[in-house]
Design a protein around this ligand. Structure first.
Ligand code: GDP
Length: 501
């Protein structure tokens, strides 16, 4: 078990350098803290200090793999690397190193060692990195050896990133962008996440906050110096002008919020229609795997089945809803209820029906605003000249868009998918949305409402009320980037991370 064996003490440094290790001399010297038992008598493990602990973890994917990356961050990172690799490499330069178990001296592996002294490292702390051969036993031996070094402990999920945030290397929106970048499955998701990581929202929010504070300063000057003759009468006017501009920009950002949030989750397309119309067959053909059970007996697809697609870089989630029809069977009734619910929340509904029967409105999940396309399936069973004909023109008042296809033969499916890809592209648009999460939307809504109240006060409004609302708006933006008062939301945000990140 990691950390269970007797701790390895790191030898004392002489004159700030490791013996036989000239590179060490060039290291930044900083308070490294006791490497043995702390002065108070409690061991580091018994009294964990979330900031001062040195943490380590496997940061690369699941072994076995060609290479495994083990990262160490914290005040003892350099010493730990020197103990394992025999020396510290030059900062930011890869060096070949023989990694040894410090307790037995036995060689574990040959690795590339990297050393990133603080503060210009990812976490803002000293970071050491080993690129090992990615075998399970190699990784276990190295993690085991690290765990036996006093002052080191395995990292919690997301702890490297959390330290980066706490040390001011990333703001909260960038942390979220990083989580999204790791989770991105399509090109559009990757692009959006990368911009977020690079501060698209964070920098904008900080600029808005600075302008709010500028407006607030004008209002406060008016309050503080209202009796003095040389303070210009009209400070509220310029403040309101700033507020108006801010309000419009925030409203613009909010208008694209739904798009940004959707891009994270995927455009939701529900496949609905009468039982036996071929919905599951169509889903399977699109997903090219047996995601849904295909059965010739009506009403067997009782649950909602999801398939995630990457259509031209855009994420689309397809839902196969249960055969929608009235039934006495309570299990099937539940399936029908769920199907209607999911279909009514979807961005687009595909109403699939058997071309031999025509569409039926009975049991239709269509609610007012959901966009729907008709999919006329099983056209392979029709004579060729009828395949592209609609049976009765007036049956299609539900939708202008009708696809003729055969889920079993694949006829017309490529055209249908091309259309769906175009739809996703136009839905998400070329421009990346600034807001990608409900948290962002809520923060900007609070700010916008406060600015609206400022504008409602107008030039003759009460200055103390205007100042208070501006403070509220600025605080909400501060929470967005993590500048103020965010303890309560940190756990929710870092929950998305895996160990080693
Ligand atoms: P669902 O209840 O709407 O999900 O329908 P299924 O996908 O389970 O299909 C019902 C039956 O119709 C199965 O026997 C399928 O093989 C058949 N079927 C589905 N699509 C087609 C099609 O395009 N052509 C033909 N000939 N049969 C199909």
């Amino acid at each position: 078990m990691v950390g269970a064996a007797r701790p390895v003490k790191i030898p004392e440094r002489r004159h700030g350098a490791w013996p036989h290790c000239p590179n060490i001399r060039s290291r930044q010297t900083h308070a490294i803290g006791p490497l043995t038992t702390p002065a108070c008598g409690a061991s580091v493990a018994a009294m964990p200090d979330p900031i001062r602990d040195t943490i380590f973890a496997l940061s690369s994917g699941r072994p076995p793999a060609a290479i495994a990356v083990v990262r160490i961050s914290g005040p003892h990172a350099g010493d730990a690397l020197a103990v394992l690799a025999g020396r510290l490499p030059e900062p930011r330069k890869a060096a070949l190193a023989r990694v040894r178990d410090p307790a037995s001296g036995e060689a574990i592996d040959e690795a590339l060692a990297l050393w990133f002294p603080r503060p210009n490292s990812e976490t803002g702390e000293d970071i050491a990195e080993l690129q090992l051969h990615g075998g399970r036993a190699v990784i276990a031996a190295v993690l085991g050896a690290l765990g036996r070094i006093e002052g080191l402990r395995p990292a919690e999920a997301g702890e490297f990133t959390r330290r980066a945030f706490e040390n001011g290397r990333l703001d909260l929106t960038a942390v979220e962008g990083l989580a999204d970048l790791i989770g991105a499955e399509t090109e559009a998701q990757r692009r959006q996440a990368y911009r977020q990581l690079k501060g698209l929202l964070g920098k904008r929010a900080e600029t808005w906050r600075a302008r709010m504070i500028e407006a607030l300063a004008l209002v406060e000057a008016r309050i503080d110096f209202s009796d003095e003759a040389d303070v210009p009468e009209d400070l509220i006017g310029p403040a309101l002008k700033i507020v108006q501009g801010l309000r419009d920009e925030i409203a613009d950002a909010l208008a694209g919020a739904a798009r940004g949030e959707r891009l994270r989750d995927g455009l939701v397309v529900a496949i609905a229609g009468p039982p036996n119309a071929g919905k599951s067959t169509l889903l399977n053909r699109i997903a090219r795997r047996e995601a849904a059970i295909v059965s010739p007996i009506p009403g067997t697809t009782r649950d909602v089945i999801e398939v995630h697609l990457d259509l031209d870089g855009y994420p689309v989630t397809l839902l196969d809803t249960a055969g929608i029809r009235d039934s006495d069977d309570p299990v099937e009734q539940e399936g029908v209820r769920r199907a209607r619910q999911r279909a009514s929340e979807a961005d687009l509904v595909l109403w699939v029906y058997d071309a031999n029967d025509g569409p039926t409105r009975s049991g239709s999940p269509f609610s007012g605003s959901v966009i729907k396309w008709l999919v006329r399936n099983k056209v392979d069973l029709l004579p060729i000249h009828e395949r592209n004909e609609l049976k009765k023109k007036n049956e299609f008042e539900l939708s202008d868009i009708v696809f003729n296809l055969s889920a079993t033969t694949g006829l017309g499916v490529a055209e249908f998918l091309a259309h769906l890809g175009d739809y996703a592209k136009s839905y998400f648009g070329a421009e990346s949305s600034l807001l990608t999460r409900e948290r962002h939307r809520k923060a900007l809504n609070v700010a916008q409402s406060a600015l609206d109240r400022v504008l409602a006060e107008g030039p003759s409004g009460r200055e103390d009320i205007i100042a208070e609302e501006l403070r509220l708006a600025a605080q909400s933006l501060g929470r967005l980037t993590g500048q103020v008062d965010v303890e309560d939301i940190l756990d929710v945000i870092f929950r998305d991370f895996c160990i080693g990140k």
